[in-house]
Design a protein around this ligand. Structure first.
Ligand SMILES: NC(=O)c1ccc[n+]([C@@H]2O[C@H](COP(=O)([O-])OP(=O)(O)OC[C@H]3O[C@@H](n4cnc5c(N)ncnc54)[C@H](O)[C@@H]3O)[C@@H](O)[C@H]2O)c1
Ligand SMILES: [Zn+2]
Ligand SMILES: [Zn+2]
Length: 382
């Protein structure tokens, strides 16, 4: 089969690989019809994630058709169209039993923190991902769902991570009616979080980024107010000014480890790897929220420490909520929102790229060229 293969930082190729085999009775092999590149994949692509091994295939957002099932699989059969959450999880351990699917204890030898994620380095279990013609799906009776007839394929694809995560980000903000919600980052996760904040009762939604074309999308897609942080000496002061000098009630970090806006943070994280990621957006979130407010962290950070303004968070009495998204927990509510038209997930898809050209897809998305917001990959193994 053809598959995206990691060859080192900033180097991805499409190569020939064996079609994955059933390795466990509850595995399925899925023929991928659509995959996506996520902002999280950029952390791998830029060499930021420990134990990202050469030769592995990325891709944790994918949908497809069941090609083969192991002997114990009961919920899926060959030919079913399935959407697969980005989490690999067992469904029955202590953590899964509590809905913490992203913290499953049975799928990752390093599972003291994160559980399993498709195509996301050996730090997250070492599973090959779906930017390929075929992918092995462990615990096939647990994660995947059959795509409802009424759901469009690109919408289903957005539900495997980006939309579910944005919605989760808003949920973890504990928004109450009338709240002012600040969203840092106007990538897919931030834009979906901004849109979801309205569904949870927000009275104002303010999106902060430095890419004008994405801020434009924040206004048209998420109906948010926008601030370009490059236009102000201090974005935190600007946030204070626009919120009666109190601060926002809720702030969502939808940027993560590779945040721009502070050279020292950038050099100590991206260049010298002295931090698990540059927490510029997280620190801005902590500073922009009012005392007693809530910060929801969706942006991803690596396993080592980062220079977070923890003392300020403590002294302001903030609530910090965070996790990798437990995707399937979000689906029942999100299926309703998509079906009744409150959310139109594929409005954010800007690029549809054949698998053979995936290197160009990574380059365009990483360098934010051609007004790229969400690129999807279309293999063709049918
Ligand atoms: N928690 C989860 O389950 C989960 C799931 C998916 C993605 N993520 C993470 O969410 C983050 C966003 O993902 P994405 O796909 O939207 O990525 P993206 O790279 O498309 O978007 C990030 C945006 O942040 C902007 N930005 C950079 N520095 C900023 C700053 N200091 N303040 C405000 N904005 C800034 C960038 O210009 C960009 O538009 C990533 O860290 C990704 O790893 C987490
Ligand atoms: Zn992702
Ligand atoms: Zn589990």
């Amino acid at each position: 089969m053809r598959a995206m293969v990691y060859r080192g930082p900033y180097k991805v190729r499409v190569e020939e690989k064996d079609i994955p085999r059933i390795e466990h009775p509850n595995d399925a092999i899925v023929r991928v019809t659509h995959a996506a590149i996520c902002g999280s994949d950029l952390h791998l692509y830029h060499g930021m994630m420990p134990d990202t091994r050469v030769g592995t295939t990325f891709g944790h957002e994918f949908i497809g058709v069941v090609h083969e099932v192991g002997p114990s699989v009961q919920n899926l059969k060959v030919g079913d169209r399935v959407m697969v959450p980005f989490n690999v999880y067992c469904g029955s351990c202590y953590f899964c039993a509590r809905g913490l699917y992203s913290n499953c204890h049975n799928v990752n030898p390093n599972a003291t923190a994160v559980g399993g994620i498709y195509g996301y380095s050996h730090t997250c279990g070492g599973y090959d991902g779906g930017q390929a013609e075929y992918v092995r799906v462990p615990f096939a009776d647990v994660g995947p769902s059959i795509i409802p007839d009424w759901m469009e394929e690109e919408d289903a694809l957005m539900l495997t991570d980006a939309l579910a995560t944005g919605y989760f980000g808003a949920q973890l903000g504990d928004i109450v009616e009338g709240d002012t919600v600040a969203v840092f980052g106007a990538g897919p996760v931030g834009l979906y979080a901004a849109k979801s904040a309205w569904l949870m009762g927000a009275g104002r939604v303010i999106v902060i980024d430095h890419l004008d074309y994405r801020l434009e999308k924040a206004r048209t897609f998420a109906h948010a107010e926008t601030l370009n942080f490059n236009e102000y000496n201090d974005i935190v002061v600007e946030m204070k000014k626009t919120t009666d000098y109190l601060g926002a009630d809720v702030a969502i970090d939808a940027v993560g480890a590779e945040a721009d806006g502070n050279l020292t943070q950038h050099i100590t994280s991206a260049k010298f790897k002295l931090q698990g990621g540059s927490p510029v957006a997280l620190n801005w979130a902590i500073d922009s929220v009012r005392k007693g407010g809530t910060v929801s962290v969706m942006g991803a950070y690596g396993p080592i420490f980062s220079a977070v303004k923890f003392g300020d968070a403590m002294n302001k009495g903030l609530t910090l909520n965070m996790n990798q998204c437990p995707v399937k927990r979000q689906w029942p509510r999100l299926f309703e929102h998509v079906r009744n038209g409150y959310l139109k997930p594929n409005d954010l898809v800007t690029h549809r790229i054949p698998l053979e050209h995936i290197a160009e897809g990574y380059h365009i998305f990483s360098s934010k060229l051609d007004d790229c917001i969400k690129p999807i990959i279309v293999p063709d193994a049918s």
